[in-house]
Design a protein around this ligand. Structure first.
Ligand code: ATP
Ligand code: MG
Length: 607
């Protein structure tokens, strides 16, 4: 689908308002353009009436005013009648301009909100790999700037083009009614003008592609610096970051210089055209007045019409420039909205079970050109507690995410109750799992709203209960506003361990049959971690529990522990079996325990 027809799909939805705005615009233009004709007739036949020079009474659209019914020629009464008609036309014009503005702006805002809705839905729907093709700066530019640009193009710019073309056609008709000779100027300058406008459009498209790229880059740098401001300060790396920002900023400035330069050159050219056309029109008029085929009033009207045509040529050139900028945005927006998620839903999707039996058989996964999981086989009947250990980058998080199809495995099969996970409806599949992700994210909202994220209507006791199980209740209750304390970016700063506990509470509220803790207690002291895991297991003794961790204390009680290395299971068994095996797990166990016993006596005092 071409870019223009893609945008037209959204525009079409606003057809009634669009038709209304175009109709009102047309009426406003015709009324506006009729005014010079009325002024000319008023000058020649009411204000400066000279029977020796006048060739009969005027005809055309205002002929009815000069039949004598509204005052004899050259009288005050006729002048007042003309003035009254003038005022009525002026009023009509204002009313229609108002209707036009209201209707096209409404249509535009509706189109903008439809586009924003779809972009947001797409953002939510795209899987991890598809999203990684867009950096944050690009996404912010698409969601903020591109959408507005596209709206402006389909509403403001299109109607402005329509206005200009209408003005030119109607003006040519009115001009030819004064004297066909007046058409000489528009006809003579058209070829050169069209040629220049096409060149202008091409030049602008190239520059605006660079402008958008510079804008997206600067957006990314600003975004990263806002998020990483503390890190930058902590590393005393301000100079480097300032330098990086300055580079982006100067690149933006240079592109804008180039843009302004080209615009100034072309605008001078268009202004030159305008001046030449105006002077030529006056010369033609003077000749026509001198040889008696035109009256002086008509000369003023002709001058006004030529100026109208020329000012709309300037408007067209501006619109071409705007449209080139907007077409670049339209292309980027279309590209994003047409990006397909790699994760497809099965046509006749299955519903999920409340007691899922998960099986991974010979599962391998390649991301980019790296194999991150290799021949993983794991049987997880409902209720089993599995610990996943392994060095950093060994594939723990990827393994856990592949269960709910954040990544689709490359070979092998993940099944639930004997059916491939791909056969389940995505929503149903994801409702089987409650994740506590490794990188905790809290919304800028109250603690209560963050915990009750899955079910905002959940009763207060449930929220408190989840907080209690996650060992978060005591620190929350100590806060001045308790559960109403706003956290996240705009709120209170929390420690890493506090955030992790809120994140566990949030996952518990989902009451999914499988709870996944991905390094979810790494920031907790061992005693609190122990209490948390104990409480979770007591709360939901039946549920499946999958724990990825670096600390042996997190997985000690699990029914099975697998040890990953480079995406492969290299050791498996219970903690006891692995310790007696004397392999990697055993050596970590020895390292993390003072004398072979997990030491947690001195921790857990915070609460
Ligand atoms: N979205 C992604 N695209 C490409 N590669 C990825 C992606 N996510 C993770 N990887 C790669 O997969 C490998 C395993 O990553 P994973 O996050 O599973 O490690 P981990 O065992 O959880 O490490 P850690 O203990 O540090 O959390 C790493 O090499 C990582 O670079
Ligand atoms: Mg991880």
């Amino acid at each position: 689908m071409s870019n223009l027809s893609f945008g037209a799909g959204y525009w079409k939805k606003q057809l009634p308002l669009t038709v209304l705005s175009y109709l009102s615009s047309f009426i406003a233009i015709v009324t506006d353009l009729s005014l010079p004709l009325l002024t000319a007739a008023m000058l020649d036949y009411a204000v400066c009436y000279d029977p020796s020079k006048a060739a009969g009474t005027p005809d055309g659209i205002f002929g009815f005013l000069f039949t004598g019914k509204y005052g004899a020629l050259g009288t005050m009464k006729l002048f007042l009648s003309c003035a009254a008609v003038f005022l009525v036309i002026l009023l009509l014009r204002l009313i229609f301009i108002y209707i036009k503005n209201i209707s096209f702006q409404r249509a535009g805002l509706r189109m903008e909100s439809d586009l924003r809705d779809d972009t947001y839905k797409k953002l939510m729907q795209l899987d991890g790999s598809a999203l990684s093709g867009f950096n944050t700066g690009e996404l912010m530019t698409v969601m903020n700037r591109d959408i507005v640009m596209v709206k402006e193009m389909y509403t403001r710019v299109f109607i402005s083009f329509f206005d200009s073309v209408t003005v030119m056609i109607v003006t040519c008709i009115f001009l030819s009614s004064i004297s066909p000779w007046m058409l000489l100027i528009p006809v003579a300058i058209s070829p050169a003008l069209i040629f220049t406008l096409i060149r202008y459009a091409r030049t602008m498209k190239v520059i605006f592609t660079d402008v958008r790229r510079a804008y997206s880059d600067i957006n990314l740098t600003v975004q990263e610096n806002i998020r990483g401001v503390r890190l930058v300060r902590a590393f005393a790396n301000e100079t480097y970051e300032e330098e990086k920002f300055r580079r982006d900023n100067y690149r933006m400035r240079d592109v804008m210089f180039r843009l302004d330069d080209k615009m100034a050159k072309y605008n001078t050219f268009f202004d030159g055209f305008m001046q030449i056309a105006y002077v030529s029109a006056i010369i033609i008029c003077v000749f026509l007045v001198l040889n008696g085929s035109l009256m002086v009033g008509a000369l003023t009207a002709a001058g006004a019409y030529v100026m109208k045509i020329m000012s709309h040529i300037t408007q067209i050139s501006q619109n071409i420039s705007n449209m080139q900028r907007q077409t670049v945005s339209l292309g980027r927006l279309k590209n994003f909205l047409e990006t397909e998620s790699g994760i497809r839903e099965y046509p006749e999707a299955l519903c999920a079970s409340a007691r899922p039996h998960i099986r991974m058989e010979n599962v391998s996964l390649t991301l980019g050109d790296k194999q991150v999981l290799k021949n993983i086989t794991l049987d997880i009947p409902y209720g089993k507690k599995v610990g996943i250990m392994g060095g950093t980058g060994s594939g723990k998080s990827v393994l856990l995410k592949s269960l709910s199809r954040v990544f689709d495995v490359t070979s092998g099969e993940i099944s639930i109750d004997g059916q491939n996970v791909r056969k389940y409806a995505l929503d149903a599949l994801r409702n089987e799992f409650a994740y506590v992700f490794q990188d905790v994210f809290l919304f800028s909202h109250t603690i209560d709203a963050n915990i009750a994220f899955y079910d905002p209507e959940a009763p207060e006791e449930d929220v408190r209960d989840a907080a209690e199980t996650a060992q978060a209740a005591r620190f929350v209750e100590k806060l001045e506003d308790g559960y109403e304390t706003v956290v996240g970016e705009r709120g209170l700063g929390l420690s890493g361990g506090q955030k992790q506990r809120l994140s566990v509470a949030r996952a518990l509220m989902k009451r999914a049959p499988v709870l996944i803790l991905d390094d979810a207690s790494s920031a907790l002291d061992m005693a609190t971690e122990k209490k948390l895991l104990k409480a979770v297991k007591e709360k939901t003794p039946e549920n499946t529990l999958l724990i990825a961790a670096h600390r042996v204390s997190s997985v000690m009680d699990c029914d099975e522990i697998v040890y990953l290395q480079d995406g492969e299971i290299v050791e498996r068994g219970t903690a006891k079996e692995l310790i007696s095996l004397g392999g990697r797990f055993a050596s970590i166990y020895r390292m993390q325990t003072a004398d072979g016993q997990l030491d947690d006596s001195s921790y857990g005092k915070e609460d």
